[in-house]
Ligand binder design. Structure first.
Ligand code: Z5A
Ligand code: MG
Length: 213
């Protein structure tokens, strides 16, 4: 019997949309249903590159924006081989931010065009599903822990949201993240279960390879 592959599921969205909360809940529920699933998150602050990113985000060091962009992408490449292997061996990965955050935040902070921003991530594993968690400004402002790191400013968040929308393709869906935690979870669970079933016999794609940038 050939092993069915797992799915690459990504949660994207602006700050405080509830991505980390939902990624954790989703993996817990998939595991409870006997489905092998694990969390990954970007930035992954535990790797060598991730440690530099952490210092940059917490304002311990300053770096040029182009350098920061390449570091974020490099952080995903650090995890590429392991993630691909895990998915192909049958485990679904639920990922808290991925390449779209990379492109959208750099486009928003530097004004660089999205094709420049996407290029370093070309060839990474392509998500089977990207769920874009959408949140209103009022709700975002009301959620806890808002505001101490770089990029956590309201006008920037609007630009990020606009860039994220420009990155949408057929693998993306939007989810209203203003709802309570359990309602958002129920929607994401239904999307995840259907994506896992849909892709189990299909090859894992490569990011940005299917169409010109
Ligand atoms: N960045 C980049 O520039 N380039 C890249 O390539 C990547 C990232 C990958 C750090 O990311 C920064 O890096 C980020 C983008 C940039 N910049 N900013 N700003 P991060 O992922 O480490 O950021 P974070 O600090 O984890 O924040 P977050 O991810 O934006 O938050 P979240 O995960 O979406 O939200 P949460 O932690 O799940 O929830 C926030 C609070 O709201 C918490 O108290 C929850 O209990 C509460 N919550 C969550 N859902 C709900 C609902 N539905 N109702 C009520 N309350 C809720
Ligand atoms: Mg988070």
């Amino acid at each position: 019997m050939t092993t069915k592959r797992g799915a690459l599921l990504v949660l994207e969205g602006c700050d405080r949309a509830g991505k980390s909360t939902q990624v954790q809940k989703l993996v817990t529920e998939l595991n409870a249903r006997g489905i092998s699933a694990e969390v990954r998150r970007f930035p992954d602050r535990t790797t060598e590159v991730g440690k530099i990113i952490d210092k940059y985000l917490s304002r311990v060091v300053d770096l040029p924006p182009e350098t920061v962009h390449l570091l974020f992408s490099s952080n995903r490449w650090e995890k590429y081989t392991e993630m691909r292997k895990t998915i192909l061996s049958g485990t679904t990965l639920v990922v808290d931010r991925y390449a779209a955050s990379g492109a959208a935040y750099t486009a928003a902070t530097t004004g660089k065009d999205l094709s420049w921003c996407k290029e370093p991530d070309r060839g990474l594993a392509k998500p089977d599903l990207v769920a874009l968690l959408e949140i209103s400004e009022d709700v975002q402002a009301s959620r806890a822990n808002w505001g101490s790191e770089r990029f956590e400013r309201s006008e920037l968040q609007q630009k990020v949201s606009s860039s994220l929308h420009q990155l949408m393709d057929e693998s993306w869906v939007t989810v209203d993240a203003n709802d309570d935690i359990d309602k958002v979870h129920a929607k994401l669970l239904a999307l995840a279960l259907s994506a896992i079933e849909m892709v189990k016999d299909k090859p894992l794609g490569e990011l940005y390879d299917s169409k010109p940038l």
